[in-house]
Design a binder for this molecule. Structure first.
Ligand code: TF8
Length: 338
């Protein structure tokens, strides 16, 4: 009886130890070093989420998959890093979808102005069919799209005047992301739109090479734009996401177990980042006010006027990106709205 119990316990103990230690051992995971680049500084939402991702990956891989993070565009601008990933010279990054539209034009949908009303709608589209289909299109261009992080609703800052109406943008040299739609939108609103990588932006604002820019308030805070931009205008004119990318060349050398761990850590980083971004956004307004920015919000009537003004740009790109895609997009937004 006692021996039988002993044997049973022994069997149980063996099974247990195999399942605990066994997962890592049985899984095909090799020690690897992954370089992860991003454009904002270490104190930004991007910086915090990059560190979270690195820690999570190290944890779930039993210390085998190590990630070294490089902020402040130290590995290059979003566009340069996209190229490095496609060529296999860098493993991973996070950046805006806007410059990706140069590779897969359909990413331009996220540059269409006044599309989403809330973060919830954006999440639904990004994590739903449309957002996921777009990620798959990246493979043909040498990139693996993993998850979307929140960048957020964009607002305008400048060094000249508060923007109460579209007409106030006249004569303002406004930096925009490197994307045809953004260029069209801001020129149509009346600004002189200047496409430029984010990595050059602070200096350009400081030296008055450009008068203004547009970004979510989290970035206006973390990048200290308030030091060189006295006016902040809340417009929420567009919600743009970030996307976590891997080099396909590199990805194809990973085992399925390694790929699974990276996908799992990326999904956890998405949830962490969105929560963090929303909490940070709620605090940023106060910080920017205290920093002395003059803040105004454009009226709903003026937003409606701006929307009308940019309609020709929306129509043009509806044709260019495909009316079916735009219909799918609007259907998915409606579904999330109801
Ligand atoms: C921009 C974007 C930036 C990002 C970042 C540098 O204005 O909003 O947040 O692309 O990766 O360029």
């Amino acid at each position: 009886m006692i021996t039988r119990l002993k044997t049973r316990l022994l069997v149980l103990a063996t099974v247990l130890s195999c399942t605990v230690a066994g997962v890592a051992a049985a899984a095909d995971v090799k020690p690897r070093l992954i370089r992860f680049g991003y454009g904002l500084n270490d104190e930004s939402v991007q910086g915090r989420a990059a560190r979270f991702l690195a820690q999570e990956l190290e944890k779930i891989s039993g210390g085998k998959l190590k990630m070294k993070t490089f902020g402040s565009a130290n590995l290059g601008s979003d566009e340069q890093m996209q190229g490095a990933l496609a060529g296999g010279a860098q493993e991973m990054m996070v950046g805006s979808t806007a410059p990706l539209a140069g590779m897969v034009k359909e990413f331009g949908v996220f540059d269409l102005p006044f599309l989403f009303n809330s973060e919830k709608e954006a999440d639904a589209v990004l994590d739903g069919q449309l957002g996921q289909d777009l990620l798959k299109k990246l493979e043909a261009r040498g990139l693996i799209g993993l998850v979307y992080w929140e960048n957020g609703f964009r607002n305008m800052t400048n060094s000249k005047r508060p923007i109460n109406r579209a007409e106030d943008l006249q004569g303002i040299k406004l930096r925009v992301m490197q994307n045809q739609i953004a260029l069209g939108v801001f020129n149509t609103l009346g600004a002189n739109a200047v496409p430029m990588p984010f990595s050059e932006l602070f200096t350009a604002l400081e030296t008055r090479t450009v008068d203004g820019q547009e970004n979510p308030i989290t970035t206006i805070q973390s990048s200290k734009f308030y030091e060189v931009q006295p006016f902040l205008t809340i417009t929420r004119h567009v919600y743009t996401p970030w996307v976590v990318l891997a080099s396909k060349k590199w990805w194809d050398t990973l085992s399925p177990d390694e790929q699974k761990l990276i996908r799992q850590a990326a999904a956890a980083s998405r949830d962490f980042e969105r929560k963090d971004s929303r909490a940070d956004s709620a605090k940023a307004m106060t910080t920017l006010e205290q920093a002395g920015m003059k803040i105004n919000t454009v009226s709903p009537e003026e937003v409606a006027r701006m929307r009308e003004k940019v309609q020709p740009v929306v129509d043009k790109y509806t044709q260019e990106l495909g009316p079916e895609l735009i219909k799918q997009l609007n259907d998915e937004i409606q579904k999330a709205r109801n």
